[in-house]
Design a protein around this ligand. Structure first.
Ligand SMILES: NC(=O)c1ccc[n+]([C@@H]2O[C@H](COP(=O)([O-])OP(=O)(O)OC[C@H]3O[C@@H](n4cnc5c(N)ncnc54)[C@H](OP(=O)(O)O)[C@@H]3O)[C@@H](O)[C@H]2O)c1
Length: 281
């Protein structure tokens, strides 16, 4: 299979580049924002030639900034998703599109499954939910994967910020009342490859994160512990750490469906250790 990866310089794109060597029977074409703007139909049509599948990792992911940059977020997450899906549908190839736990309001108390109603609480979540709908309405053969709390050895993310604090000897305050699941982007990249190797017919929605659940505070404590720091992270409530965009209090995702499709889900502490080993060496 020849696989085009858009948004290839972001965390997930870089993670797909990393795992690509484990899939030598496929050919990968990685394109970053500069060479392929997903909001441009002409650009997408050019890059899609001769390709069997597209993995769309491109997104506007600045959750707080989106509250004041509605149009910029909408342009990538809604218009871009729609353009990619329409071009894919016309070429009758397969699309993997990535979405987020922030499509949920977080008022639940059991893991969200794929049939639960979406009710996003911030602009980023609203644009991602509309992007999902655009993909589903396009008629493309597609897999939409919602994920959460991504981190990796690439780009900027919470784990790398906490590690920097630990190295600088700073003990941060971290919110302890938002529950979700930290997810190593390498695992998501492998999950995408597993799904791509199935026959994709119609449009399927899946949830994928690492296993278990945590608060941001619990994740920070684990990063400090693995970094060998004896500093104490302080747990605080969301009210003590106001952010521009409202976040869901609870956004654990139910992974039963994707596990039935043969995708492995590993406990978040185990995958974190793996990433930390790379970051610390
Ligand atoms: N990060 C998380 O915690 C998280 C959680 C849940 C779901 N997700 C979803 O997972 C997916 C991957 O996220 P990520 O963490 O890898 O994001 P990321 O690191 O922010 O990467 C996104 C990439 O998309 C590129 N991009 C932006 N606009 C584009 C456009 N018009 N055309 C082409 N490329 C464009 C960005 O380039 P520039 O930097 O040049 O703009 C960036 O390289 C996204 O769909 C995201 O919504 C992420």
């Amino acid at each position: 299979m020849k696989i085009l990866v858009t948004g290839a310089d972001g965390q997930l794109g870089m993670s797909l580049r990393k795992v690509a060597c484990s899939y030598p029977h496929h050919t990968f074409v990685f394109v970053g924002h500069r060479d392929c703007d997903i909001t441009s139909r002409e650009c997408m049509e050019r890059w899609i030639e001769g390709v069997d599948a597209v993995v769309n990792c491109a997104a506007y992911t600045a959750v707080d900034r989106a509250e004041t940059e509605h149009e910029a977020a909408r342009r990538v997450n809604v218009v871009g998703a729609a353009v990619v899906a329409e071009v894919v549908a016309r070429s009758n190839i397969v699309l993997v599109h990535v979405s987020t736990d922030y499509v949920f309001d977080g008022c639940g108390s059991r893991p969200y499954n794929e049939s639960d109603a979406v009710s996003p609480q911030n602009i980023y979540g609203i644009t991602k939910a509309e992007g999902e709908m655009a993909v589903m309405a396009s008629g493309a053969r597609a897999v939409v994967i919602r994920t959460a709390w991504l981190y990796s050895e690439f780009g900027h993310n919470f784990v790398k910020s906490m590690l920097r604090f630990a190295h600088e000897g700073k003990a941060p305050n971290v919110v302890n009342d938002q529950h979700g699941t930290p997810t190593y982007a390498t695992g998501l990249a492998c999950a995408i490859m597993t799904l791509l190797e199935h026959d994709v017919d119609g449009c399927e929605l899946y949830h994928y994160t690492d296993g278990g659940e945590a608060t941001w505070y619990e994740l920070a404590v684990e990063v400090f512990r693995l970094a060998g720091s004896t500093l104490c992270v302080t747990p605080v409530g969301s009210a003590d750490y106001p952010t521009v965009a409202r976040r869901p209090q609870y956004s654990v995702l139910d992974k039963s469906k994707i596990m039935s499709a043969g995708v492995e889900v590993r406990p978040w502490r185990e995958t974190l250790r793996e990433c930390m080993n790379i970051l610390l060496n």
